[in-house]
Design a protein around this ligand. Structure first.
Ligand code: NAD
Length: 385
């Protein structure tokens, strides 16, 4: 068997209704907490109030930073860190989708370190032991951020989306309560659900993959294939929300251990240059082209993925099934309403070259089984345009 390493320090509290236990977990890290969320809207306001009440009734003094924007920026983490310091927070609670959980992680670093969270990107300075503990409460399925050491942030001035990536950024505890996800609208359920698929699949082709990651990843992919299209027709289905929350957590465990590849490198560049594009949507835009580009270099994994999406390919060889994988991905994207092109999200055509360069800033593309040259990156973007 291929050698592998697997490490996961986050305590996972999973199950419908378990948000009621949040106070007891947060309290183990102190009594002063900064709750980090997006601004309340009708779908989320009562949820934020409920969580606040749960924390307050456990004797926790809560300050609420509610200014996280989707694809959070360095301005988000700076404002949150100011509030964490002013409140003398012992612990940061990120409640929401990846944007809120990632902002919580960046704030946990920035509040106790010199400079900005941007100074602690994975290739810059390392966060120290003074990093505040984070409790992550996921409300989308999802980014897996509740179980990863990653905090994705955007530097608006540089149009650059990058990440803090450090073991100190693992949440100490995460609460995955699928009932919190019942309010997620269709236009968020689809891209976040597709993100789960991408995390799981890219982990199987990342050089850091191994038997344990694959065990989790194929289970997550099977759940997404079976559950996501049906969930989009029945958003109040708790059982489907539970399954997607489980798949999301599995896929998060996969990326925390193995990592992502070319589509995520491209998706991050798209999100940095065009922040109005949701993360999962950015992946959907490039997945068919990336699949066509890569399948011949990882026929076993692409073949297996295609067979999960279309069980009639079971009788085909790895090569034949892998050849069908791009078409199967497109069918899935069509079913979930995400089969789109970059021109549909108003990317200026004259920025194709600039985007190609940006896609090669993060090392994700180098972890792909077939590594794109700059010319090939331009072709991938043109195909996705
Ligand atoms: P998000 O957190 O940006 O949320 C999208 C929208 O859905 C927001 O407006 C939010 O307020 C709303 N929302 C969230 N939960 C809701 C609920 N229960 N009911 C109603 N509305 C709700 O979306 P996301 O896709 O979860 O996160 C995207 C961010 O996570 C991106 O910045 C992405 O790059 C990052 N990301 C991080 C990791 C990681 O490991 N840290 C992995 C993948 C992606």
């Amino acid at each position: 068997m291929k050698h592998f390493e697997y490490h996961q320090p986050t305590k996972i509290i999973f199950g419908s209704g378990r948000i009621s236990e949040a106070g007891q977990f947060v309290k183990t890290f102190g009594t002063r907490c900064l709750l980090v969320t997006t601004p309340p809207v009708p779908a989320t306001a009562s949820q934020f109030e409920r969580v606040k009440q749960i924390l307050v009734s456990s004797g926790i003094d809560v300050a609420h930073f509610d200014q996280v924007i989707p694809n959070p920026t360095t301005d988000t983490s700076a404002a949150g860190a100011d509030m964490a310091r002013a409140h003398k927070a012992d612990v940061i609670v990120g409640l929401g989708g990846g944007s809120s959980m990632d902002a919580a992680k960046a704030i946990a670093v920035e509040a106790t370190h010199e400079g900005s969270a941007w100074d602690y990107l994975f290739y810059k300075k390392e966060p120290s032991d003074s990093t505040l503990p984070v409790v992550a409460i996921s409300t989308t399925s999802g980014t897996g951020s509740q179980v990863t050491q990653v905090s994705v942030i955007t530097n608006t001035a540089e149009r650059d989306k990058s990440a803090l990536y450090h073991p100190k950024c693992f949440p100490k505890v995460c609460i995955v309560d699928p009932e919190l996800m019942l309010t997620v609208p269709k236009q968020v359920t689809a891209p976040t659900g597709f993100d789960v698929f991408c995390h799981a699949f890219e982990s199987t082709i990342n050089p850091g993959s191994g038997a344990f990651v694959e065990l989790l990843a194929w289970e997550a992919i099977s759940i997404v294939a079976e559950t996501l299209p049906a969930l989009l027709d029945d958003l109040q289905n708790v059982k489907a929300r539970e399954k997607m929350a489980w798949a999301d957590t599995l896929a998060g465990l996969c990326i925390a251990s193995a990592g992502v590849t070319l589509p995520h490198g491209m998706g991050m560049a798209i999100g940095g240059m065009y922040p109005h594009v949701a993360h999962g949507e950015s992946l959907a835009l490039v997945y068919p082209a990336c699949t066509r580009f890569t399948y011949a270099s990882a026929e076993r994994q692409y073949g297996k993925m295609a067979r999960i999406l279309n069980p009639s390919l079971e009788v085909k060889s790895d090569r034949e099934a892998a050849e069908a994988s791009a078409e199967e991905v497109e069918k899935l994207l069509q079913k979930i309403g995400l089969l789109k092109k970059l021109r549909d999200v108003n990317m200026p055509k004259e920025e194709i070259g600039a985007l190609a360069k940006q896609c090669m800033v993060l090392p994700d593309y180098e972890a792909n089984p077939r590594v794109a040259t700059e010319e090939e990156m331009v072709e991938l973007i043109k195909e996705s345009y």
